[in-house]
Design a binder for this molecule. Structure first.
Ligand SMILES: O=c1ccn([C@@H]2O[C@H](COP(=O)(O)O)[C@@H](O)[C@H]2O)c(=O)[nH]1
Length: 471
């Protein structure tokens, strides 16, 4: 132990000698002045210092149990993590700061499996936000993170912030400890220590500022892991596997036409949206073949019922009557007009699980929906993450919530409106400019000369718009 402390003291002096730690007046990234500056990027140029660091961190890791893999916070800690991996034999994974725009778009490179426990390696911690960004990407891959080893804790609140986010920080050195070693070695004087102490007291960080998530830059595959609604997760997976973000509005009035359409267009869609009450010859005999086709072609059945009543009535409308919606539709739409009751009603009648799309805006000209109604609807959706799959809207209303799906109707490549107030936009516009994750196309396909070829065309245009937006 005494030996370990001697090594640590010598290491602190080495850091000072190679200018990895400097004292004076420095401007930080955000323009504030600091009396102490840590630049551990220089370490890579000193293999002996790197070796000592790897040995010291190896000792530290011995106290942390069940580690499967390690991951350095990009970029400064990447070589440190590599050295630790070589020393300990623990396999390493690497986090990309940005996904590549070709190939797999993976953010975590290397070999790992879901449930692996990952130890984070970092050089210096101020607020802990860089560690939390790395943790977030690892957790999105199903990797567990509960510990981080760091070279230097600047003692500005990072340890607490990390603790509040479920991460135990194990620091080789605190700034005070480092300073006391440097005073002992006569590298700096007591006055410098006083300045640093005052700076630390006046510059405590309360919250780590994490960069806002932009759902438009995340793939459907990545977002499948971020949604709390199981149907939305399935929908994201279907979209990703079938490479389609097309939902067909199958607004036909004869049961056999509905089945034919579902059979023919099924391979190109992620969901088939129905208005089951417009089927003139409806009988419950329609439901089994419809479900079978949906299963075979891997798309979801989506009843656009637009529920809008008190909870108890919605519960009955969803599960009773001749249409028995809850028995076959995994997705339904609802208005938020009557508040949370509508969601409670759907929840009460959900057999297995259900995904609700709340209507926050419409494609209809002259809609009475106001901006504040739209906002309150999005808020209601985020209060029910396990039930709400997404929002029906025309604009990008929830950039920072990647778990919710934006469903946009009113898409047509040949028309800009119909004669009853419906308004249309192009696939490129709704996905590329307005944030739609899924576009609903009805008559653009059902009234086309060749609905199957037209569905393929819409599917390709919509998918292309989605892949372009990821770039
Ligand atoms: O704001 C909304 C909400 C729902 N819809 C539904 O989408 C389809 C659109 O059909 P088209 O033939 O492509 O016009 C239809 O089922 C509507 O009920 C919508 O259009 N706008």
């Amino acid at each position: 132990m005494a030996n370990q402390e001697q090594t640590l003291k010598a290491f602190a002096v080495q850091l000072f000698q190679i200018d990895a730690i400097k004292f004076g007046e420095f401007k930080t990234k955000v323009g504030l002045m600091t009396p102490v500056y840590c630049d551990l990027r220089v370490i890579v140029s000193y293999p002996d210092v790197m070796k000592t660091l790897a040995n010291l961190l190896e000792q530290q890791i011995k106290d942390i149990t069940n580690v499967d893999i390690i991951c350095g916070v990009p970029y400064t800690a990447l070589p440190i993590a590599t050295a630790v991996s070589l020393n300990t034999g623990l396999p390493m994974v690497m986090r990309r700061k940005e996904a590549k725009d070709y190939g797999t778009r993976k953010l975590i490179e290397g070999v790992f499996k879901e449930g692996d426990k990952c130890l984070i390696v970092e050089d210096v911690v101020t607020s802990g936000s860089s560690i939390l960004e790395t943790v977030k990407d690892l957790q999105n891959e199903g990797i567990k993170c509960s510990d981080a080893i760091v070279l230097l804790n600047r003692e500005q609140g990072g340890a607490n912030i990390l603790k509040n986010n479920g991460i135990n920080m194990h620091a080789l050195l605190t700034l005070s400890q480092l300073i006391s070693y440097l005073i002992e070695a006569k590298c700096i004087d007591v006055a410098t220590n006083e300045k640093v102490k005052q700076y630390l007291a006046e510059n405590q960080v309360k919250d780590a500022v994490l960069p806002a998530i932009n759902r438009l830059k995340l793939s459907y595959q990545e977002r499948a892991k971020l949604t709390k609604n199981v149907v939305a997760e399935k929908l994201f997976q279907i979209m990703s596997t079938k490479q389609t973000n097309l939902c067909l509005a199958a607004d036909v009035t004869v049961a056999s036409d509905l089945l034919n359409l579902a059979e023919q267009v099924g391979p190109y869609i992620c969901a088939l949206k129905t208005h089951i009450d417009i089927i003139e010859d409806f009988s419950s005999n329609l439901l089994s073949p419809l479900k079978e086709i949906a299963h075979r072609h891997n798309f979801l059945l989506f009843e656009d019922r637009k529920f809008a009543d008190i909870g108890k009535t919605v519960e009955l409308q969803f599960s009773k009557g001749i249409h028995l919606i809850s028995s076959w539709a995994s997705l339904v739409t609802a208005h938020s007009l009557l508040g949370k009751g509508v969601l409670d009603g759907i929840k009460a009648a959900s057999l297995d699980s259900c995904g609700v799309f709340l209507l926050a805006e419409t494609s209809a000209a002259g809609s009475l929906i106001t901006e504040s109604y739209t906002k309150s609807t999005v808020k209601l959706a985020s209060d029910y993450p396990q039930l709400v799959a997404g929002i029906v809207c025309q604009n990008n209303l929830f950039l920072d919530n990647p778990g919710l799906i934006q469903l946009t109707p009113g898409v047509n490549i040949n028309k800009t409106s119909d004669n009853m107030g419906q308004q249309y936009n192009s696939p490129e516009f709704v996905v590329g400019k307005k944030g739609a994750d899924i576009a609903v196309v009805g008559r653009g396909i059902t009234e086309a000369k060749d609905p199957v070829e037209t569905a393929k065309l819409y599917r390709n245009l919509l998918w292309e718009a989605y892949t372009m937006r990821l770039k």
